[in-house]
Design a protein around this ligand. Structure first.
Ligand code: ZN
Length: 318
């Protein structure tokens, strides 16, 4: 069976890239396409989801950009015959198997927001996405502030998050090869004004199209026909995203938020109430103890408490 990656969807027309020949061609989806859904599980429950893989659910779905699929080209019209299990999927933009979420933040103008970073991270983990951080405009901040920013961000590096720092003018300070991994799908996200387009412009030689067209194409897609596309970059792919613009914690129950904090998760066995501890005001909480000793970043904990309040107040309204 021939295997391909879906890189573009407009209306019902898919563009596929054969994984062996790298040839690009158009295809349609066969009717009644089956897709095997793996039980949902967070990144912290990989072993559980592996075990439950046997008890899979068979659903009918439409192929998405980012899907790996089998196809049949024996007839005039190439048909997608099967979609392979998805590692993860996003609905805005409609992309599956995202290998990396490249979160873009500026050091200044707008100021670096740890609140926004923490919010992006819980949403990334909830969606099974691997976040990488791109910090822009580091030449526009004074040395002292940059030193503090880097010191605080080193906490996140310890959580396994890769961080790249780039200058507002010379983006060659960071090697693009390190950011864009071979054959991997990266989704770019971040507030407006953080320098996403500047960054994309700097790496434009690697892009097949003008960067401005990425947002335009995706923007148009949201309003009229469905259009999602992956652009080739450094042997991998990138999708710009207007999604994640509205960062909503609605999808969380307050008691589950803690599971998307790998640093808290690792400590909960040491809390007196173990997994039922929400690390708020419970006695014998290891997390709050380590916030006090400075081992957990204070701002990260404060944001956690804020998010809990946010979730609780929203639920009360309904
Ligand atoms: Zn606790």
């Amino acid at each position: 069976m021939k295997k391909a990656l879906i890189i573009k969807l407009i209306g019902g027309n898919y563009t596929l890239v054969d994984l062996d020949t790298k040839e690009e061609f158009q295809a349609r989806a066969r009717g009644g396409l089956r897709y095997i859904k793996v039980e949902p599980g967070s990144v912290f429950h990989r072993t559980v989801s592996q075990r439950t893989k046997k008890e899979t659910e068979i659903l009918q779905v439409s192929p998405k950009v980012g899907d790996y699929c089998y196809y049949d080209d024996s007839e005039d019209v190439v048909l997608i015959t099967e979609i392979l299990p998805r590692e993860n999927e996003l609905s805005r933009p409609d992309i599956s198997n995202v290998d990396q979420l490249l979160l873009t933040f500026s050091a200044v103008e707008p100021d670096f927001s740890f609140n926004l970073l923490d919010k992006f991270l819980v949403l990334a983990y909830k969606n099974d996405l691997k976040p990488t951080l791109l910090v822009t405009k580091i030449d526009l901040i004074n040395n002292e502030d940059l030193k503090n920013l880097k010191a605080n961000l080193s906490y996140y590096e310890k959580l396994g998050i890769k961080i790249f720092y780039v200058n507002s003018l010379d983006l060659s300070t960071t090697s693009k090869e390190e950011i864009f991994l071979e054959n991997k799908i990266t989704v770019l996200a971040g507030q407006t004004g953080v320098g996403k387009s500047t960054f994309l412009n700097a790496i434009k030689p690697e892009l097949d199209i003008k960067t401005g067209e990425i947002s335009k194409a995706l923007g148009r897609g949201r309003h009229t026909t469905r259009h999602t596309e992956l652009y080739k970059i450094r042997g991998g792919y990138i999708a710009d995203t207007p999604g994640f613009s509205k960062l909503d914690l609605d999808i969380f129950e307050f008691g589950e938020l803690k599971w998307y904090y790998p640093d808290f998760y690792d400590l909960s066995p040491n809390c007196r109430f173990t997994s039922s501890c929400n690390h708020l005001k419970e006695p014998g909480c290891e997390v709050t103890k380590l916030v006090n000793t400075g081992d957990i970043l204070q701002s990260r904990y404060d944001n956690y408490v804020r998010f809990i309040d946010e979730i609780k107040s929203k639920k009360r309204i309904y």
